[in-house]
Write a protein that binds this ligand. Structure first.
Ligand code: 25A
Ligand code: L14
Length: 358
């Protein structure tokens, strides 16, 4: 007997990749249910050879569902995930809404699959930028410890949804086909759909992802700080991030500086990365080999290169980390969590409900 798996946000940029990851998954699946808002309800999408009609998400959508994957924004998860748990499903939530909840495991399977053991019906998938950084740094942390991380990201627009992809393509066309100055293109979404002002992304770099918090870091930057501490189970790791949007459609790149507790020889760091599941070393300056966004698109792996010692700090290392933000950063990590729950016998109803129904 297989599972009934629901995808909330099935028609979105992440949801469509979730469908693909489920089609290729080892999970025993009897049935899929595609859920969305009223905008997409009634559309027909494929699952392997089947046609599946997208349904409107309601409080009653989850009867008979064993696993519910959510990626339709935080407010949708806040509203519907508790009903999915009540109906007996395990929720894997790709939004930030439940990530810091003390009763919710925040999981990158290669790093902290053990945190799934005492789930209460909701498991959170971390932020895309955090996930790929964890895959690159966990093999180093295991051997030499980690005291500090300073990261600058170069993030693709697809993280902000299909509408941000469309906006980027429209702006590039306005500049290249119509000769419009990049300063004057139409901008309605980026840097953040939820903020007051909108700026061009075509031929630009925007140092704002999500809205600002009151310490002058953005939420995206603070997510990288808080999620790293939760996943690595160490509040003493210092993490400061600068998150930047660039006009790339998919795959995030990151310049990561770390300080290890013990001095780590670079050759041994490279060996540790090669041995770590989900991480791929691409590092040969003599042959101009290093990770690139265009090459990472479509892969579940996280690519690591440009690994080198800091020029002054004995325990300091720099590196370049690239992964497909829609796959390991979202859809694949979510489906991988579902596969891990299955392997551990943890796909089961939750009896003591910890999440309020609204
Ligand atoms: O992004 P999109 O293209 O706009 O689509 C989101 C999906 O969510 C559905 C929605 O149906 C669509 O299937 N959806 C939206 N509101 C819903 C509701 N109340 C809902 N489903 C059930 N109940 P849709 O056909 O109306 O829209 C399709 C796509 O629209 C996006 N979207 C729609 N409404 C949204 C919404 N996104 C956020 N909040 C809403 N209220 C969504 O596209 C959906 O697929 P997306 O997948 O491209 O991005 C959805 C949001 O997810 C966040 N995100 C992206 N990457 C990550 C991520 N969050 C966490 N981790 C990531 N790695 C983005 O913030 C993006 O806004
Ligand atoms: O919190 O805009 O997981 O690129 C992931 C991608 C929020 C926004 C999250 C983006 C997000 C985001």
């Amino acid at each position: 007997m297989g599972y009934t798996v629901a995808i909330v946000g099935a028609t979105g940029a992440v949801g469509t990749q979730m469908i693909k990851m489920l089609e290729e998954s080892t999970l025993p699946i009897d049935q899929v249910r595609y859920l969305s808002s009223s905008r997409s309800a009634g559309k027909v999408l494929a699952f392997k050879e089947q046609e599946v009609t997208v349904e409107l998400t309601t409080e009653d959508s989850f009867e008979g569902v064993d696993i519910a994957l959510f990626s339709a924004g935080g407010s949708t998860s806040a509203k519907f995930a508790p009903y999915a748990v009540k109906a007996g499903a395990v929720v894997v939530d790709n939004t930030s809404h439940f990530r810091q909840h003390p009763d919710v495991p925040l999981v990158v399977p290669e790093v902290n699959a053990h945190a799934l053991e005492n789930h209460n019906g909701i498991v959170s998938c971390p932020n895309c930028s955090t996930i790929q950084m964890m895959v690159a740094l966990e093999p180093i942390r295991q051997k030499w410890g980690l005291s500090r991380i300073i990261v600058s990201t170069y993030q693709a627009v697809s993280g902000a949804g299909q509408s941000a992809i469309n906006e980027t393509q429209d702006q590039l066309k306005q500049v290249l086909n119509e000769g419009i100055n990049p300063k004057d293109v139409t901008a309605n979404i980026l840097p953040s759909g939820g903020d007051k002002k909108h700026y061009p992304i075509a031929f630009n770099a925007l140092p704002q992802i999500d809205v600002f918090t009151d310490n002058d870091y953005t939420y995206e930057e603070m997510k990288m700080t808080k999620e790293t501490k939760k996943i690595m189970e160490d509040d003493n790791i210092a993490v400061s991030a600068t998150c930047v949007r660039i006009p790339v459609l998919s795959a995030h790149s990151e310049s990561v500086y770390i300080e290890t507790k013990e001095v780590a020889p670079i050759a041994a760091v490279k060996e540790a990365i090669v041995a770590f599941p989900g991480a791929v070393l691409e590092d040969d300056p003599s042959q101009q080999i290093y990770p690139q966004a265009v090459n990472a698109v479509g892969s579940r792996d996280t690519f690591v290169g440009r690994i080198r010692k800091d020029l002054d700090q004995e325990n300091g290392i720099h590196m370049w980390v690239v992964s497909d933000n829609l796959l390991k950063g979202a859809a694949w990590n979510s489906v991988q969590i579902a596969e891990t729950l299955h392997e551990k016998g943890l796909v089961r109803p939750t009896t003591a409900l910890k999440f309020e129904l609204n």
